[in-house]
Design a binder for this molecule. Sequence first.
Ligand SMILES: [Zn+2]
Length: 204
Amino acid sequence: MNVDPADLIACPQCDALYRATHLPDGKRATCVRCGTVLISPRERSFLHVVAFSFTGMILMIGAIFFPFLEISTRGLSHESSIFGVAMAFSDGWIAPLAFFVLSMIVALPIFRFVALIYTLWPLANGKPAWKHAATMFRLAEESQPWAMAEIFIIGTAVALVKLGGLAKVSLGPAFWAFCVLIIVIALKNSFVSKWTIWDAIERK
Ligand SMILES: [Zn+2]
């Protein structure tokens, strides 16, 4: 069988191999084995990704600076934002930790949103991709495993259960912004089809 590897598309979840074709408007191709979206309709899905990325960026900014949780015990209470917590590490030898925390849970997710908007905004409007679109999209893809907003929320939930016995913990608006953010990221991912995006970037 003579097949050009460029014509093949592998499912990102289960590695099933398919022959890629351009679909008519409004059609999407999903993996028969696991249901992952392989090829999505172009302009409309790009616009969805741009919209979700923009929403995510605004939620992220709220999630960083609004109070995340308030701890009170014996009449004393203290509330803190994520930015405040990271800055608490910013003195002395532990300073690199503040930098690491902020870059993994804040800077990287924001960068990924910006990169996706940069890549898809012209494409969603039916214009050719901007100059550095290929580099930006590759960076966004490669940094995905390092963007840890979801893991942070799970870690926080575990810590809250442990703290619950010692003090009264109440959740601030930033916690809920983070929860919505995770849903927005999942929705955004359901519209991203790497094949469709690369195909659109290359067809200048
Ligand atoms: Zn699959």
